[in-house]
Design a protein around this ligand. Structure first.
Ligand code: FES
Length: 619
């Protein structure tokens, strides 16, 4: 019997992070202890293979799930599923860089870095020269600073809290009573040395990725940006799994809250350091996210959100002191949270609507923010409500998860596939040797295989094709033979991969069709299709139309608009009009809960098929 009081040291390569854990712990538990976060796409059920690691040391025998997922030769070489393998002694665990562990897979595109609109600023910076105290003038430090700001700005009844007061006393003496003061309405929220302006942080808190933007609040310029993995992926790829675990008590919701707050702090610190500043100059923050992520960030009650009718604890726009939830910033800084819409559709969707100008007058158009959950917005100009919004459970397939040769969009990922003279050809990110298929690669591959007749309309592989192999485990098309791949294994498109993609694209397509049907419209009535998010901005539009991921409408404009939610988060950071605009969006929106729509299931079943027509590259 194992002695649970005994511990073992688990060291992870290449990060060299380590943790002491009780014998019998799973390797995934040691990972979390050590701060090594990888996406566990199936939530640790041993069915996705996303936690594949190489192990040296004493571990438990392979589980049935591992025997199903891994080849005998892999098990012999020491490859194991971290979610299934127990630690029985000191271990060295190698975590390959082919999945979410790579920093490079979390970068934000340079194209996302677009300065937001200016407007009435939330934070005003004042350069102050303050009379030093003397025996004749022994007023308190804060009182003398507030007096100067008040006289300069013509503002009465200024105030600050004790944390800002402490900063004033310290900095005023260090800088000979010259300060930059940051005012928010009548409140002094922070001070800095002369010449150092206020900074702001806008965060798009995604289920998989956090995108952070550091802004100079005086100029409105984005001075740094960075993405990072949402560490909660270690508790499941999608928010529904995390919500179920938190509500069911499998994981403490406070732990999920701490993880995401730590991730925001880590992001803030990296961004500030990249411009030789510290987090103490961040005077204002904005965070947007889906309803579950915002509830977890604020540690709000979750139970009512996890069951019909999926009700939020609160949904209005809110300003709270950033320090009250442990976010590193100027002592008096506030965190602004735009309103949520309904169900799981949160402030990220409000931000996406703003970032894509979907609340502005225009034509009938469809906006899609494709991710683990895909937000679908139908814009009906002149109608009330003018926005129909639904959230489609598209899963992590487009991030390369659950695919036999899937990987995230990083060096070595096949991102483009086509056929030339009957033979498949491909292109990889960075031109590196192919290691697997990312989301845009699988869309291209399936579109191209449909074009060649290797896949039929139902999604079945043609087994008479010379590159289609069948054994007792799977039927697969070999896109890259093992001798040409970076992993030494075939890169394949299996029958199961095709089914996964049909489910994901079917959910999105059925959501769009449901909204159109509610509005009494058809896809031919759309004049524009806008695709947001890092994946939505990179796939090939013709391939996406070919497989039915997005509506195929001849004459419509197709636009890939980058991280519109991140842009919306920047808009509301330091702009009072943008905040009012965000508040007005839920009122012009009808949230459609798809599970309550009788048509959704039949439309979903129909959407699983691939369209018969092939859009031309010009149309
Ligand atoms: S197989 Fe381990 S997380 Fe899915």
């Amino acid at each position: 019997m194992q002695n649970k009081n005994m511990t073992a040291e688990v060291t992870f390569q290449p990060s060299m992070l380590s943790a002491m854990v009780p014998l019998g712990s799973l390797i995934t538990e040691a990972m979390m202890e050590a701060g090594v976060f990888i996406p566990l796409d199936c939530g640790g059920n041993g069915t996705c293979g996303s936690c594949l690691v190489s192990v040296q040391g004493e571990v438990s025998e392979p589980s049935d799930a591992e025997k199903r997922m891994l080849e005998p030769s892999q098990l012999e070489e020491g490859w194991r599923l971290a979610c299934q393998t127990e630690v029985l002694g000191d271990l060295s665990v190698f975590v390959p860089e082919t999945r979410g562990t790579s920093e490079s897979s979390w970068q934000i595109d340079a194209g996302d870095i677009v300065p937001g609109e200016r407007g009435t600023p939330v934070i005003v910076s004042e350069s102050c020269e303050i009379p030093a105290p003397s025996l004749d003038d022994p007023r308190a430090d804060l009182r003398r600073v507030l007096k100067v700001i008040s006289e300069q700005g013509g503002i009465e009844r200024l105030y600050a809290d004790i944390f800002t007061a402490s900063q004033v006393t310290d900095l005023a003496r260090r800088h000979d009573w010259h300060l930059n003061a940051f005012r928010r309405g009548r409140e002094l929220v922070g001070v800095a040395a002369p010449g150092r302006g206020p900074l702001g942080l806008a965060v798009d808190l995604g289920s998989t990725k956090l995108a952070g933007y550091l802004l100079d609040l005086e100029t409105g310029e984005i001075i740094a940006s960075k993405g990072r993995l949402n560490p909660q992926v270690s508790f499941g790829a999608d928010v529904v799994t995390r919500l179920q675990k938190a509500v069911g008590g499998t994981v403490e919701s406070g732990r999920l809250t701490d993880m995401v707050r730590d991730a925001i702090n880590g992001l803030a610190q990296e961004l500030a350091e990249s411009v030789n500043a510290d987090c103490g100059r961040i005077c204002e923050m904005s965070v947007v996210g889906n309803s579950v992520m915002i509830h977890l960030l604020l540690h709000l009650p979750l139970e009512q959100l996890g069951a019909p009718p999926f009700v939020a604890c609160m949904d209005q726009a809110t300003d709270i002191k950033a320090r009250d939830i442990g976010l590193d910033s100027a002592p008096g800084a506030y965190l602004h949270l735009p309103p949520l819409i309904g169900g799981f559709v949160g402030s990220d969707n409000v931000a996406m609507v703003m970032g894509g100008d979907l609340d502005r007058p225009g034509t009938c158009r469809l906006g899609l923010d494709i991710g683990t959950n895909t937000e679908v917005v139908l814009v009906l100009p002149g109608e009330e409500p003018s926005l129909l919004i639904a959230s489609a459970p598209s899963g992590p397939t487009f991030e390369g998860a659950h695919l036999s040769s899937g990987m995230r969009a990083m060096g070595g990922a096949i991102s483009k596939v086509w056929f030339q003279d009957g033979k498949s050809a491909f292109e990889t990110i960075d031109g590196a040797k192919p290691a697997g298929l990312c989301g845009s690669g699988i869309i291209d591959a399936i579109a191209a295989m449909l074009g060649e007749g290797i896949i039929n309309g139902q999604g079945h592989l043609d087994q008479s094709n010379e590159r289609v192999k069948a054994d007792e485990r799977s039927i697969s098309y070999v896109l890259v033979p093992s001798e040409h791949s970076a992993t030494g294994r075939d890169i394949t498109v299996t029958q199961s991969d095709i089914s996964q993609l049909q489910m994901a694209k079917g959910a999105i397509s059925a959501a769009a069709a449901t909204l159109l049907s509610i509005a009494g419209l058809e896809s031919k009535d759309l004049s524009e299709v806008l695709m947001a998010g890092s994946f939505g901005s990179h796939f090939d539009v013709v391939s996406a139309r070919r497989i039915g991921l997005i509506p195929d409408v001849s004459g419509a404009d197709y636009k890939q608009i980058g991280n519109a939610a991140g842009r919306g988060a920047q808009f509301v950071l330091n702009n009072r009009e943008a905040r009012n605009r965000a508040v007005s969006i839920p009122a012009m929106t009808r949230y459609v809960e798809l599970t309550s729509q009788p048509k959704f299931n039949s439309l979903f079943a129909r959407s699983l098929q691939f369209p018969a027509q092939c859009p031309s590259r010009n149309g």
